[in-house]
Ligand binder design. Sequence first.
Ligand code: SAM
Length: 287
Amino acid sequence: MTEPYLGNAKNTIEVIKKYDFAFQKRFGQNFLVDSHVLEKIVRSADINKGDCILEIGPGIGTLTQYLASAAKKVIAVEIDKNLISVLNDTLKEWDNVEILNEDILKVDLKALSEEKNQGNRFKVVANLPYYITTPVIMNLLEKGFPVDSITLMIQKEVAERIQAGPGSKDYGALSLAVQYYSDAHVTAKVPCNCFIPRPKVDSEVIHLQKYEEPPVKVKDKDLMFNLIRASFNQRRKTLANGIKNAQNLHFGKEEVEEAIAKCGFPPSVRGEQLSLQDFADLADAFS
Ligand code: SAM
């Protein structure tokens, strides 16, 4: 079986030249050229021969070669049509890879898992472009898509937002959604010189292991997330004002103040001070 050969600058530059490939900034194209980092991603994702992997943004197929060597099957979704002929070439030695020329934000992931993986859970792995990081994570976690785990290379700053807790300036709706749905761990810190072209900032690999059961119980999960969004959409306002002003929540002033008091929070409390358990209690106080 062919060994992955793209995890270095020399071979990557060769492929780019061969195809006269022009990098598209709008697609966040920074290709990995460090074999240690690539191996680390595969280890972080805990891939074995029974796994079906969904890779988002294969680029020229660098990470895909490593994933295909470790897994049963890889479905790789790439938006840039100019990369499809490159991928057909760089992945020709691996017969367990399927390339789809699609925008991951428009793919029906539930249908994809039924069509390609008998409805079984995917392990999602990606070196993700910055501009889709938050919507991709939210989609994968919130939409009931069959996912076992999500292993991502993301900007350090987003990894910090994901891991932030109450009181931190980075804490927000993304941190709380990730905490509710998954156990998150940073598994590697990756300097910008591991990519071509070099991004301006450093990156981190984060592994999100989806929970079978969320760590907090709440009667109405959608209401809890609407309350979370309402309180972080207006960060400088008190929690009470954030909820009263939210367009998709229709609670009166007294109802809001009563629910906040019922939870034992002071009237001036701000959303950024509340933990996931606090938001669950608040949602239950309203429902
Ligand atoms: N996996 C490759 C690697 O590690 O070298 C490339 C990673 S590069 C950071 C991101 C890739 O995602 C690019 O190939 C880009 O074209 C692709 N991409 C960007 N937006 C996308 C989208 N909405 N759907 C699918 N792929 C996308």
